[in-house]
Design a protein. Structure first.
Length: 301
């Protein structure tokens, strides 16, 4: 058996930057165990497998694998897969607004055609804020920093729109760049509790954040160049704690992956109603660049 495969760079307008993604099409007959092996072989943050939808009106069903595990939802795989489907003429009626089926349920996506090409946006599932972690020194040490590098006015808190992340605000971009992703350190930081991906960032200008994400023990990714699933909660977190001003409509840009040589630009749009903490709508979007088109072989069931 052979399968069409596309490799794209997501959240960037320059090929060979951003976050790499492999998209395998016509993957209905690939068993999950083989999908996992293919994702390990590709060794990108994620690889997606596109199958026929299970519900009428949906464009496709998508399974998302890191090199180590399957995810119910992820941002750059959603945006990149939507872009591939749209540009390859695989969306019924050629629509730029459609729905993908993922582990968390239906995920609406929307394409915008602009002067610089086609940008895709995904709508996040509902947001929840979770536990506040009190042991700031242990978490700081887990990312190779001192507690003094953390923003003293903002708690360490879990937030999620499908995949939970621990959000850690640092004082400045220097501290963000100084952090280290070390499996043993992070394991020690979460000793006695379920480990979480750590999303660390600093506010560096009005409406602009500088970010990194570490998850070596959880999803098998030491550092992710761009984390769309974390960027929606990131925007709401930044507004909740006053790092970005609250407004009915908020626009934020997050720069991620720069330290690891794969600069990514992630755009975040938030809409608020009466609740100042929970947005009524969260969208994350960005540009996608094609890199490789080919055929996947050696993935026989």
């Amino acid at each position: 058996m052979s399968y069409p495969i596309h490799i794209v760079d997501v959240f960037t307008e320059r090929a060979l930057t951003g976050n790499q993604l492999a998209v395998v099409l016509d993957a209905d007959d690939i068993p999950p165990a083989v999908m996992q092996r293919v994702a390990r072989e590709m060794n990108f943050s994620e690889t997606t497998f596109v199958m026929a939808p299970s519900q009428p009106g949906h464009a496709a069903r998508v399974r998302i694998f890191t090199p180590g595990t399957e995810l119910p939802f992820a941002g750059h795989p959603t945006v990149g897969t939507a872009w591939v489907l749209a540009t390859q003429g695989l969306v019924p009626g050629g629509s730029l607004e459609f729905t993908l089926e993922e582990g968390v349920g239906p995920v609406p996506v929307r394409g915008e055609q602009g002067a610089d090409g086609l940008t895709f946006w995904m709508t996040h599932p509902p947001l929840t804020f979770g536990e506040v972690i009190a042991d700031r020194g242990r978490i700081a040490a887990g990312i190779g920093l001192d507690e003094r590098d953390l923003d003293a006015d903002v708690p360490l808190q879990v937030a999620s729109t499908g995949v939970p992340f621990l959000y850690v605000v640092l004082k400045d971009a220097r501290a963000v760049d100084a952090a280290m992703s070390d499996r043993a350190r992070l394991r020690s930081a979460f000793a006695g509790r379920e480990p979480l991906p750590v999303f660390l960032f600093a506010a560096v200008a009005p409406g602009r954040l500088y970010s990194r994400m570490f998850a070596p023990d959880i999803i098998g990714v030491d550092e992710d160049p761009a984390t769309g699933s974390a960027s929606g909660p990131l925007g709401a977190f930044a507004v909740k704690y006053g790092l970005v001003p609250h407004a009915p409509h908020v626009t934020i840009t997050s720069e991620q992956g720069t330290k690891m040589g794969r600069r990514s630009i992630i755009h975040i749009r938030l809409e608020y109603g009466a609740d100042r903490d929970i947005p009524t709508r969260i969208e994350v979007g960005g540009a996608v660049m094609p890199v490789v088109m080919g055929t996947l072989v050696g993935a026989d069931p």
